[in-house]
Design a binder for this molecule. Structure first.
Ligand code: GUN
Ligand code: FE
Length: 423
């Protein structure tokens, strides 16, 4: 048993912060036993890690990020989605055919996520098998605990970034098998890029792999109006974009992440709710690529599961601090833009909950400090202040104004994770 002492703050529910000023988190075998304001007498002899004066908060979880696109962050945002993919994204991803390129850039990517305190994430790699395995190995070595997917694409893609249906399925199955032993802590997630880049045959085969191996799925949904229209033309017999994934077995219950979900129809909302899909809300990306603004408040009220994600490099900043702020700002803008001025914008505890516990729930008991949760934590030392700030206000200032330089320590499942690849 170890006790971590500091100013502890987390969100068991979205409506408010649970705060223990100068409190203790008791951790055993990597899991939280209890949090309390003083050290319980029965634990008087345990080792105390004293982080007095620092915030101790759950680590961040990013449910949608493109690892190979990190070198592209901040480029091409005068384009909308489809020309951005053609002009920048596909050209970038094609370079990961070279394992040396992949090794170099994936090290920088993993290090960046460590730096900004994103301890768990769901990543798209590229369609290249060896590069994808390398990303998984680097993640395993780092101590971070993401899930990673080889991207499947067998149509409507450039010649240097496309596979045959058979190659795509064979490569996916091969990686599922090899990663089980080579990267035991890194889950594999089935990753059709989006409907326009996967044939019905490929989606059918992927659906079979999902069923056989009981795997999770991630993809894109209702991001951009030209994309939605393209899907309608490709699948005129299916009533909605979401139902294409469902039809091919690519929406397993409580194991699916769909990014963006800006332009959902009522049918789609009902389906996503029924399947317990995590909606990865990527507010920065949605503004960078002029995709739209998700009606986050209305989706929450409908009962959809929303998490906050970066979508790097559709979004330009991996930092969840920045993406939490963008989600709040976008929800404020939405109230004006959509004539929803009676809607309450997202609050800080709600957005923090979306970036910690809501996203973390994809990985199990992750993202909170309730008993039996994995101890995924950041120790944060923010700067001095003129006012006498409460713990909540210090957290607010860290989210809005702080950055990775304020993060002193990162713990994943109770293990201190040092900067990766230092040897
Ligand atoms: N839709 C299909 N591919 C992509 C991608 O790489 N990024 C984003 N934001 N949307 C996509
Ligand atoms: Fe994306």
């Amino acid at each position: 048993m170890i006790a971590y002492k500091g100013d502890i703050l987390y969100t068991p529910t979205p409506d408010c912060f649970e705060v223990f000023e100068d409190g203790y988190v008791l951790v055993e075998n990597g899991k939280v036993v209890q949090v309390s304001g003083s050290l319980p007498s029965e634990y008087a002899d345990v080792e105390v890690i004293d982080r007095s004066g620092r915030l101790i908060i759950p680590g961040f979880n990013d449910l949608h990020i493109h690892a190979p696109q990190y070198p592209l962050a901040g480029l091409g945002f005068d384009y909308e989605l489809l020309p951005w993919l053609e002009n920048y994204t596909f050209k970038t991803e094609a370079k990961y055919a070279d394992l040396d390129v992949a090794d170099h850039w994936y090290r920088l990517f993993v290090t960046k996520l460590w730096q900004v305190g994103t301890l768990r994430f769901s990543a798209f790699a590229t369609l290249h098998n060896e590069s994808t395995l390398r990303l998984m190995q680097l993640c395993q070595e780092s101590g971070l605990r993401p899930v990673v997917g080889k991207v499947n694409m067998d149509r409507n893609s450039p010649a240097d970034l496309v596979e045959s249906t058979e190659e795509s399925l064979r490569g996916t199955q091969d990686l599922i098998e090899r990663s089980k032993t080579l990267t035991p802590d890194i889950g594999f997630i089935v990753t059709p890029r989006f409907v326009p880049s996967t044939t019905p045959e490929l989606m059918t085969g992927l659906g079979e792999l999902v069923e056989r191996y009981q795997l999770p799925v991630q993809s894109h949904l209702d991001e951009n109006r030209s994309e939605v229209e393209w899907v309608r033309q490709l699948h005129p017999d299916v009533p909605s974009y979401a139902e294409v994934y469902e039809h091919y077995g690519l929406m397993p219950e409580n194991r699916t992440i769909m990014a963006h979900c800006i332009w959902l129809s009522e049918r789609e909302k009902a389906l996503l709710k029924d399947r317990g899909v995590w909606l990865a809300h990527c507010a920065q990306s949605n503004l960078d690529l002029t995709s739209g603004i998700m009606p986050a408040r209305r989706n929450l009220e409908y009962g959809l599961k929303l998490s906050i994600a970066s979508d790097v490099a559709g979004g330009h900043e991996p930092s969840m601090n920045r993406n939490i702020v963008m989600a709040i700002e976008a929800s404020k803008a939405k109230t004006f833009e959509a004539g929803y001025e009676g809607d309450r914008p997202l609050t800080l505890p709600e957005a923090f909950h979306m970036a910690t516990k809501a996203g973390g729930s994809f990985f199990g008991k992750v993202g909170s400090f309730e008993p039996s949760y994995e101890f995924d934590a950041l120790v944060v030392r923010e700067g001095e202040s003129l006012l006498d700030l409460s713990v909540e206000e210090r957290l607010e200032r860290f989210i809005y104004m702080g950055d990775d330089r304020d993060i002193e320590e990162r713990y994943v499942a109770g293990r201190l994770i040092n900067r990766p690849f230092q040897h």
